[in-house]
Design a protein around this ligand. Structure first.
Ligand SMILES: Nc1ncnc2c1ncn2[C@@H]1O[C@H](COP(=O)(O)OP(=O)(O)OP(=O)(O)O)[C@@H](O)[C@H]1O
Ligand SMILES: [Mg+2]
Length: 286
């Protein structure tokens, strides 16, 4: 196909040999298959800020590190230089997140490079080599749903251990390759420790994923992974290997009344035993 203007510089540089097909024109980016050194890869071309939507909202920006203070000041002032810096920060956030997550063992597309607003990465494919479908486009058996849900929860834990919350996780941003789910679309990923909205975004992410897999096995809807994982994370006890139960008991609710009553009776008995012993002692001295 004709080479889109935004990819032309990569062709001129020799990073891309040919553009094969436009896969998707999303809200935030256009995605193409491209040929690079004889291999098919995926090219994500970010749209200009003006055409983009919610993901650049201020709540996603909180706690994000910008390389130098001149850039930070310019971004706050909204000058032309500032807007350019903001664009670059936004685009680099996705490639940074992909590298960080791939290193942490989270199944994401392997990133290759990000230049001139174009991210080159692994093309995720299914068992036949065709472009992988999104979770929203497939129907799963109950067994697959249970297995893949478990894999997703493990990937979400690894992601949090690497310090990131996806922030827009749902069946629309997960692809299904021959081995299971692959998480994509990360420019809005937030810093788990520095962003005050991280916990609520984390809960929303986990709940979206639970609701999706729960369609195929309603028992999964009973799990409470978001609260369990976040509590372990906050206590500094979360590692990729931490065993999880999917259960979470809120402190103020679900008190086990039977054992509480037993404890009260035992405390009462102890009180009267002591009182009787004290009275007996007193009588001996009388
Ligand atoms: N590495 C990849 N391999 C295969 N397909 C991909 C890859 N990355 C993206 N896609 C396809 O392109 C679509 C858009 O990508 P992505 O979600 O990253 O961009 P977006 O502009 O944020 O899209 P949207 O607004 O639809 O969420 C995906 O839903 C998926 O179908
Ligand atoms: Mg998307």
């Amino acid at each position: 196909m004709k080479i889109p203007n935004r990819i032309q510089p990569l062709v001129d540089d020799g990073a891309v040999d040919a553009v094969l097909q436009r896969l998707k024109s999303g809200k935030e980016a256009d995605v193409y298959t491209v040929l690079c050194g004889g291999k098919i890869q995926c090219a994500k071309v970010y749209k200009e800020a003006a055409q983009r939507s919610f993901k650049q909202a201020v709540q996603y920006q909180e706690g994000r590190k910008v390389r130098n203070s001149r850039s930070t000041r310019a971004m706050q002032k909204g000058s032309k230089f500032g807007r350019k810096q903001q664009e670059e920060t936004w685009q680099m956030a996705e490639v940074d997140a992909l590298f960080r997550l791939a290193d942490a063992g989270v199944r994401v597309p392997q990133p290759y490079m990000c230049i001139d607003g174009v991210l080159l990465m692994e093309l995720v494919t299914d068992a036949d080599g065709a472009v992988a479908p999104r979770l929203s486009d497939v129907t799963l058996t109950k067994e697959m749903a249970v297995t893949d849900f478990d894999t997703m929860i493990r990937n979400i834990v690894r992601m949090l251990c690497a310090g990131l919350v996806h922030g827009d996780l749902s069946e629309f941003n997960v692809l299904l390759d021959a081995n299971g789910p692959v998480i994509i679309d990360l420019p809005q990923a937030v810093d788990a420790a520095a962003n005050n909205h991280a916990e609520s975004m984390f809960e929303r992410d986990v709940n979206n994923i639970t609701a999706y897999y729960g369609q195929f096995d309603p028992q999964l809807l009973q799990t409470r992974y978001a609260k369990e994982i976040w509590a372990l994370y906050e206590d500094g006890k979360l590692t990729p290997e931490t065993p999880l139960t999917g259960l979470f008991v809120e402190e103020d609710h679900d008190v086990d009344m039977d054992s509480l009553v037993d404890e009260i009776i035992a405390a009462e008995d102890e009180f009267y035993d002591r009182k009787r012993a004290a009275e007996e002692r007193d009588q001996q001295y009388d």
